[in-house]
Design a protein around this ligand. Structure first.
Ligand code: ADP
Ligand code: ZN
Length: 435
C-alpha cells in the first residue's frame, strides 16, 4: 500500500474520520517522505493527527515533545483507547514506571511517546534514543521556543540540538499562535530552515466576536449573557486577577450557575479536580486566569468571555479559540475598559524584561486596543494581524451585525484641544468638560 492510501486507511480505521482537514494530508505526506515541517494551524484544526498518523506509518516510535503534563496524559489515554501503543514520560511518573517506559522503548514496543522537553534533552535519554528507531520528532506548542512569544519556556531552547543529534529524523513543529517574528524565531532556533511551511487559514467562522464596553454592571451583563444566550452550556470566563476569579465564580454560583474557579494559586489537586469537572460534566462555566486552557480539548465550549483585556491579539486569539472546536456556533465576548489598559501598561513598564522586549509587549497591547476600538469588521482585522486575508466583512461579529454610527469629529476635537490649550494645559478631563 502506498503511504498515502495507508494514511487514509488509518484515518478511517484507527481514528474514525472520513477525510483529512485543512492541510493535514499534505503534512502527513511530507513527514512520511522524511521531510521537516512547520505547521501553523488554528486551535481545533487537528494538529495532532499530523504527527500521529506518520508515527504509525514510519518505522520506529514517534517522539512528541509537549510542555504540558496534563495534556500528555489525556492524549495517551485517548490513543490507547484507539489501540495505539502510546506512553508518556514526565515528572509525574514514579521511577519504576519511567524505567518501564524506557524498557518498552528499547524493545521497540511503542508507537508514540510523549515527553517533556527537559527529559528529552538529558544526556541519558539522548543516548537511549540513539539505540532505537525513531519515526519522527514532533514539537508541539512550538511558539514556546520564542522569547518574543507569549509562552516562552527556556527548556525549549535546548531542542535545537535534536537536529544535530538526529539529522536524518524528520521533525515537525506545530503551533496555533505565531505572528511573523515568532515564526522566524521558531525556524531559526529549531533549525527548520529547510522545513516546508504549512500555514492554514486562521479563520474560525463559527466563533462570533463581540466587544462590550465595560460599565459598572459587568457582572450583571455576564450573568444575563450566560442565562439568556447560553443557559446550561459550557464556557470559560477569563479574569486578570486571582481575586476577581474567586469573586466572580462565587457570585455566579450564588446566581445558580455551576461555576468553578481556577488559577495558579489553588493546589494542584484542586485545579485538577475543577478542570476535570469542566471537561467531563455538562454545562460547567470555568472562571479562570490565563493559567487555564493550554491543551484543553473540550469540543463543546460555547462561549469564552474576557472580563479583562488580554495583553495581545495572540493571547486573545488563542483564548477565544477554545470556543466552538466542534464547529457549532460559539461566541467570544470581551468586556473592554480603559482601566485595564492602564494596568496592562503598568505590567509592561514594571516587568524585568529588557527595553526591546518591553517595546514589543507594548506594541502588542496597542494592537489589542486598536482591535477594541474598531469600527470595521473585527474578524477581518484579527485575521489581517496574522497575515490572513478575509475578502468580505464576516457578518458574524458585533460590528458587522450592528454597525456603530460614525461621525466626523474633526471640529469637536479641535474645540476640545483648543480648550486644553487656553486653560494652560494644566487641568484634568472633568474640569475641561465643565469649561
Ligand atoms: P489542535 O491540536 O489543532 O487544537 P486537535 O488535534 O486536538 O486540534 O483536534 C481537534 C479536534 O478535531 C479533535 O477532537 C480531533 O479528534 C478532531 N479532528 C482532527 N482531525 C480531524 C479530521 N480529519 N476529521 C474530523 N475530526 C478531526
Ligand atoms: Zn465582521
Amino acid at each position: 500500500m502506498s503511504g498515502l492510501n495507508e494514511a487514509q486507511g488509518i484515518l478511517e480505521k484507527v481514528f474514525g474520520y472520513a477525510s483529512f482537514r485543512l492541510s493535514q494530508q499534505e503534512i502527513v505526506d511530507s513527514l512520511i517522505a522524511g521531510k521537516d515541517a512547520l505547521v501553523l494551524m488554528p486551535t481545533g484544526g487537528g494538529k495532532s493527527l499530523c504527527y500521529q498518523i506518520p508515527s504509525l506509518i514510519r518505522p520506529g516510535v514517534g517522539i512528541v515533545v509537549s510542555p504540558l503534563i496534563a495534556l500528555m496524559q489525556d492524549q495517551v489515554i485517548a490513543l490507547r483507547q484507539q489501540g495505539i501503543a502510546a506512553a508518556a514520560l514526565n515528572s509525574s511518573l514514579a521511577p519504576e514506571e519511567a524505567q518501564q517506559v524506557k524498557q518498552q522503548l528499547l524493545d521497540g514496543e511503542l508507537q508514540l511517546l510523549y515527553v517533556a522537553p527537559e527529559r528529552l534533552m538529558t544526556e541519558g535519554f539522548q543516548a537511549l534514543l540513539q539505540r532505537i528507531e525513531i519515526a519522527l520528532f514532533a514539537i508541539d506548542e512550538a511558539h514556546c521556543v520564542s522569547q518574543w512569544g507569549h509562552d516562552f519556556r527556556p527548556e525549549y531552547i535546548q531542542l535545537s540540538a535534536l537536529h544535530e543529534n538526529f539529522p536524518r529524523i524528520p521533525r515537525i513543529a506545530l503551533t496555533a499562535t505565531a505572528d511573523e517574528p515568532t515564526c522566524r524565531e521558531i525556524i531559526q532556533r529549531l533549525n527548520l530552515s529547510h522545513a516546508q511551511h504549512f500555514i492554514s487559514g486562521f479563520d474560525r467562522p463559527n466563533i462570533r466576536y463581540r466587544i462590550a464596553s465595560d460599565n459598572s454592571n459587568t457582572r450583571q451583563q455576564l450573568l444575563r449573557f450566560i442565562q439568556l444566550d447560553y443557559p446550561g452550556q459550557a464556557g470559560i470566563v477569563y479574569c486578570l486577577s486571582r481575586r476577581r476569579v474567586e469573586e466572580t465564580a462565587a457570585w455566579l454560583q450564588q446566581q445558580g450557575i455551576s461555576a468553578l474557579p481556577y488559577h495558579a494559586g489553588f493546589s494542584q489537586q484542586q485545579r485538577a479536580e475543577n478542570q476535570s469537572r469542566f471537561l467531563r460534566e455538562d454545562g460547567v462555566v470555568i472562571v479562570a486566569t490565563i493559567a487555564f486552557g493550554m491543551g484543553i480539548d473540550k469540543p463543546d465550549v460555547r462561549f469564552v468571555v474576557h472580563m479583562n483585556l488580554p495583553k495581545s491579539l495572540e493571547a486573545y486569539y488563542q483564548e477565544t479559540g477554545r470556543a466552538g472546536r466542534d464547529g457549532e456556533p460559539a461566541e467570544a465576548l470581551l468586556f473592554y475598559n480603559l482601566q485595564d489598559v492602564i494596568t496592562l501598561r503598568q505590567f509592561v513598564e514594571q516587568s524585568d524584561a529588557d527595553e526591546a522586549h518591553k517595546r514589543i509587549e507594548s506594541q502588542k497591547l496597542e494592537h489589542m486596543l486598536g482591535y477594541c476600538e474598531l469600527t470595521s469588521c473585527r474578524r477581518q482585522a484579527l485575521l489581517a494581524y496574522f497575515g490572513d486575508e478575509l475578502q468580505e466583512p464576516c457578518g458574524n461579529c458585533d460590528i458587522c451585525l450592528d454597525p456603530p454610527k460614525t461621525w466626523d469629529g474633526t471640529v469637536a476635537a479641535q474645540k476640545a484641544l483648543s480648550c486644553v490649550h487656553h486653560t494652560g494645559q494644566r487641568f484634568g478631563v472633568s474640569y475641561l468638560v465643565d469649561v
